[in-house]
Design a protein around this ligand. Structure first.
Ligand code: PLP
Length: 415
């Protein structure tokens, strides 16, 4: 593809051909066997999102006069999000571009809340489990908030005693994940919320992965802890619509138990010629296409649709974990709880296994400390895709044992 602006415009038919060709090297994420990065929603849900984006795509959420439809859709999405997260009356939410922005806003809110209520703290810190997403460090870097990472417990969840020990007079916030990306484990949310409450801290749940999965797993009857506003002391929740909410990438939310907290991450400015600029997100203009896609996908799936998708995730998780356990030399690193499976090997190079699986069409991400393969399960997969994966895994593990496949990767890359 040319990188220069063409002198004359090119017909879309030609551009379409180039776009299709550009996709040639993309990983096959629409087969349900793509166990990395983001859940594949399935063709029907993807189509609903695409059509909705095409209808609303040119609108912006910022224009109150020009695009009231976008604001109306956004209000509907707010309502559905708060409902899913069991928010009480008076809660509020802000739509963002992704989990990084949602977590960023939570740190900003906690910082400005602490500035108001504990002005003596000049160098605030937040306490997070080691497996917490780097978006908190990005926020800390930009907002001058120190992030203290605390080693997880033997169960790969936040270690309550160690988290408590890390709190000091500068601590303003505590975070728990539901689940953590690396280990797929849900931190003890109620206990962390209570601990944070005892120390007068802001307690935030990073439910970017589980926010739109765990509530539906619970509705489907699977046992597991609540991670939402039904847990006392949860003050804010980041939840990604573009993960298990199954909307296209570019939509997440920061939900707050009380709308009054919005002021801690709202920015208002009037001292320029064009009037009031007021936003609660980092972005100014936002593309209404994402909101429209979220609105349409949520209403198209409904509660029953999300429950069915959550059940599909569990069916595959169960079949995969049983299959992995049957392959000699492999073992699960953690017990899967919400869409993520992590497995490892004690006497085998698991990174070589990841490389071998990637070569066979199953793009495989691996963790460092400890080395392990990390899968994120798509609702669009089924037991056939699981069987395909396990068949390839058996072959690859044998080949690694015999030395026929060797490690090629030199470092783990998240993004
Ligand atoms: C637990 C968790 N939090 C936050 C994020 C950041 O989300 P995004 O990539 O949408 O910014 C991720 C991304 O995978 C995540 O897994």
């Amino acid at each position: 593809m040319s990188t220069q602006l063409p002198k004359k415009g090119i017909h879309f038919k030609e551009l379409e051909r180039e776009l299709m060709a550009a996709r040639g090297d993309d990983l096959p994420w629409r087969r349900g066997t793509f166990y990395t990065y983001w859940p594949d929603p399935g063709d029907n849900t993807a189509l609903v999102a695409k059509e909705a984006m095409a209808l609303i795509g040119h609108q912006r959420v910022i224009s109150r006069r020009g695009n009231p439809s976008a604001l109306r859709l956004e209000r509907d999405v707010h309502g559905m999000v708060l409902d899913i997260l069991s928010a009480p009356e008076g809660a509020a939410t802000t739509l963002t571009a992704g989990g990084t922005e949602s977590n960023f806003l939570a740190v900003l809110a906690a910082r400005d809340w602490a500035r108001e209520t504990r002005p003596e703290i000049t160098r605030p810190q937040i306490v997070v489990p080691r497996a917490t997403h780097p978006s908190f460090d990005k926020a800390g870097h930009a907002l001058d908030v120190e992030v203290v990472r605390v080693a997880e417990g033997a169960d790969f969840r936040a270690d309550l005693k160690a988290m408590a020990a890390a709190v000091n007079e500068r601590t303003i916030m505590m975070v728990g994940a539901a689940p953590s990306f690396p280990f797929g484990r849900i931190d003890p949310i109620a206990e962390l919320a209570a601990l944070a409450g005892r120390h007068g801290l802001w307690f935030h749940v990073d439910a970017c992965i589980g926010g739109f999965l765990i509530p539906f797993l619970r509705k489907a009857g699977y046992q597991g802890q609540a991670i939402d506003f039904s847990v006392p002391g949860v003050r804010s929740i980041a939840a990604d619509l573009h993960k298990y909410g199954l909307t296209p990438t570019g939509l997440s939310t920061l939900a707050l138990r009380t709308a009054d907290d919005l002021r801690y991450h709202r920015f208002v400015f009037t001292d320029w010629p064009s009037g009031e600029y007021a936003t609660t997100s980092l972005a100014g203009s936002r593309n209404a296409a994402m909101v429209a896609a979220g609105w349409a996908v949520m209403r198209n799936l409904g509660e029953a649709g999300y429950i069915a998708k959550a059940e599909a995730v569990v069916r595959q998780t169960d079949a995969l974990t049983q299959g992995i356990a049957r392959i000699a030399g492999l073992r699960l690193l953690t017990e899967p709880e919400a869409g993520i499976i992590v497995y490892t090997a004690d006497a085998l190079d698991i990174v070589a296994v990841a490389d071998g699986m990637t070569e066979r069409g199953f793009p495989s991400r691996w963790l460092v400390r400890p080395h392990a393969i990390h899968l994120m399960i798509s609702p669009n997969g089924d037991l056939d895709t699981v069987a395909e994966y396990l068949g390839a895994l058996g072959v690859v593990v044998d080949a690694v044992k015999k030395g026929a496949i060797k490690r090629r990767s030199t470092s783990a890359v998240y993004a």
